[in-house]
Design a protein around this ligand. Sequence first.
Ligand SMILES: NC(=O)C[C@H](N)C(=O)O
Length: 324
Amino acid sequence: MKKILVLHTGGTIAMSADEDGAVAPTDKNPMTGFEKLFDHQLIIESEEFANLPSPHITPAVMLKLKNRVQQAEEAGIDGVVVTHGTDTLEETAYFLDLTLPNSIPVIVTGAMRSSNEIGADGLHNLISAVWTAASDDARDKGVLVVMNDEIHTARYVTKTHTTNVATFRTPTFGPIGLVSKHSANFFQELIRSEICNINSLVEPVYLLKAYAGMDGTLFEAIDQPTTKGLVIEALGAGNLPPATLPALHALLKRNIPIVLVSRCFNGIAEDVYDYEGGGIKLKQMGITFCQGLNGPKARLKLQVGLSAGKTGTELSDFVSNATS
Ligand SMILES: NC(=O)C[C@H](N)C(=O)O
């Protein structure tokens, strides 16, 4: 019998809709009390993380969650399920993936429909997540996201649709496994990356999205003594409007690390174009290209690297690739 800890943090999975269809957190989490569904597992539930809509989840909460999962493995727990709102689910899952040194399965799940809506998906996702957390095949695979019968890696999964239950997708190569009635089935594995077992957070690290006609105004606005880092979702393969460059030079002059990803849904950022604001020029300025992550995850990777005390080349090597 496996001991599975279910950490409830909130989100639509723990919400209900009123007669007008307005969705809000409930007084009693509707996802608790299902231990009887898992006669072969010992389910331990915890609501210590309150009942937060995931737009209220911060990196500080993610760090507490990381410490709680680490404590659970040291206490002999065989697997952990985290129920979470889907708006920031991929960020919490990736933060845990970057910072958890343990090998037990850690599965993050949620729901796109609240608990009392027709076709509610929360309980099905919770059951799938528990079966995956209890699977020996889910060990040493990093943090996983289980939604809609699919198993995705925290590193690459992203929310692609505002309401659809199939919203979580992994661009390019898809899920690494599928959940059938009572088992988790894997058909891919990730190249594991460095783990930073941090216990504090460096902040603030900003994220800005580039757009046609962008100038330096927003970059000047974050050029503050407190700023610790910046990630830019750049145009195409990794290019920026020329009007942004003076403000970026000013940030780099103050040794503020700047990391660049593409705002494109698929593909990777690389220094291809040799014109003013092109990727080759940006790399020559000292901007680090991050391959394989979206903007929010690259921001977390930069923040975790800084929080682990990385600087200079060590930091740029750490953030330059999803697998580094
Ligand atoms: N489906 C969800 O959970 C969305 C909700 N707004 C949340 O992230 O808390």
